[in-house]
Design a binder for this molecule. Structure first.
Ligand SMILES: O=C(O)C1=C[C@@H](OP(=O)(O)O)[C@@H](O)[C@H](O)C1
Ligand SMILES: C=C(OP(=O)(O)O)C(=O)O
Length: 425
């Protein structure tokens, strides 16, 4: 359990642990590349450690050398049938992207996860991967893990994804590496494109145009990969600093891929003072420093179009909306219902416990601000983003906010509590 309380401001210069999406992909793609890859800035969060364990289970040597993770890639067909069930833990990204790679393997693999992951929908990847030729079984006709996968002999598909999900797009593209012909994925709203960026830098033949990604069967070659700080983790402190007048926070070397920067756009629309400095590009990923100065913020409206660019940041945006002037409306966010918890219900329920005027909608929520936030005991539902968002709510509360089951924060942001202590004044 951990508790937060009212502060005067957030101040200092910090770095944030590595990007979770890029860390997963670095391990997965390096494992099926030829040659050695060295990954610096890797996120040692539980989700990414699950990915490492899964690839070790598939026979890949992965060594943590402190400064970097060294992966001895065996090429597209170098994975071995695992002796045991693979465990993706709490990580949707691990299970869905790994399934794409397993669809290309002739051997049998069983993948499971924790209680939360075993409730999350897998038909979204099982359907296209079956169309490509993989055999996938699971509870609820293959919708629920454990998943039993036997792949091989894939053929390329042209798939219009019914949901803007980088996990779905990536699963298909990874299977596409093993498929004869051009694999095409179409998305109505473009989801995060880290898989496309990394495939490009590891040598794949891949094209992107107006929401359409086309991949030819390609071999990959190992490389050094630099993982930037995770903007989804930075978001908690960025949002809090933006909303507390007098704050001055610098977050160095954060990933600023345009498919991920919706949080900056939204905070700016709320009136925030945010600047970017020292911008550079590595492995196709933009990286830079974020400078935030605190001000009173005003309400905003978020709709479907921006969701893929900030989906994991909605919990903290909801908290900041609670102290902003006016009514914030969030719609088109149904995907929040199938994350580690139902994040619409979790956030509205827990914010109400602190006296925040929040209303659940079928596809989002409304928050009427500004609120006088009270203290209390908060349930995290074992969901790291709920735990951290509600810890941020405590920074505005007139009595301590205690987060139950806060250990789940280590899924994506080990060191969250220590970093908060360092910058809270
Ligand atoms: O591809 C990824 O790394 C992720 C994609 C998003 O999920 P969806 O693909 O389900 O939208 C996001 O919520 C998750 O935290 C990480
Ligand atoms: C939804 C998330 O991750 P995943 O889908 O990989 O479990 C998240 O980190 O907020």
């Amino acid at each position: 359990m951990f508790a937060t309380h009212k502060i005067h401001k957030l101040e200092g210069k910090i770095t944030i642990p590595g990007d979770k999406s890029i860390s997963h992909r670095a391990v997965m793609l390096s494992s099926i590349s030829k040659g050695t890859s060295r990954v610096s800035g890797f996120l040692r969060g539980e989700d990414c450690l699950s990915t490492i364990a899964c690839f070790q289970g598939l026979g890949i040597e992965i060594e943590d050398k402190g400064e970097e993770i060294v992966i001895d890639g065996k090429g597209l067909n170098g994975l071995k049938e695992p002796e045991n069930v693979l465990d993706a833990g709490n990580s949707g990204t691990t299970m869905r992207l790994l399934s794409g790679i397993l669809a290309g393997q002739e051997f049998l693999t069983i993948v499971t996860g924790d209680g939360s992951l075993r409730k999350r929908p897998m038909a979204r990847i099982a359907t296209p991967l079956r169309q490509m030729g993989a055999t996938i079984e699971g509870r609820d006709k293959g919708n629920l893990a454990p998943l039993v996968i036997r792949g091989g002999n894939l053929k390329a598909i042209d798939y219009a994804s019914p949901v803007s999900s980088a996990q779905v797009k990536s699963a298909i593209l990874l299977a596409g590496l093993y498929s004869e012909g051009n694999t095409i994925v179409r998305e109505e709203i473009v989801s995060r494109d880290h898989t496309e960026n990394m495939l490009t830098s590891l040598g794949a033949n891949i094209k992107r145009e107006n929401g359409v990604v086309t991949l030819e069967k390609s071999e990959l070659f190992g490389q050094d990969i630099q993982v930037p700080g995770d903007i989804s983790s930075a978001a908690f402190f960025m949002a809090a600093a933006a909303a507390i007048p007098g704050s001055h926070l610098i977050i160095e070397r954060v990933g600023l891929n345009p498919t991920r920067t919706g949080i900056i756009d939204v905070l700016k629309a709320m009136g925030a003072d945010i600047e970017i400095d020292n911008l550079f590009t590595s492995g196709g990923e933009e990286i830079g420093d974020i400078i935030v100065k605190g001000k009173k913020l005003k309400a905003t409206s978020l709709t479907k179009e921006i969701m893929p660019r900030l989906i994991d940041e909605i919990p903290v945006i909801a908290v900041i909306a609670a102290v902003a002037e006016g009514k914030t409306t969030i719609t088109g966010a149904e995907e929040l219902k199938v994350k580690e918890s139902n994040r619409i219900t979790s956030m509205v329920t827990e914010m109400k416990k602190l006296g925040i005027q929040a209303t659940e909608l079928s596809d989002g929520m409304e928050i009427e601000g500004p609120n006088e936030i009270g203290g209390g005991q908060i349930e995290s539902y074992g969901d790291h983003r709920i735990a951290m968002a509600m810890a941020i709510a405590g920074l505005f509360a007139n009595a301590p906010v205690e987060i139950q089951n806060s250990e789940c924060i280590a899924v994506s942001f080990p060191g969250f509590e220590e970093t908060l202590k360092e910058i809270a004044k």
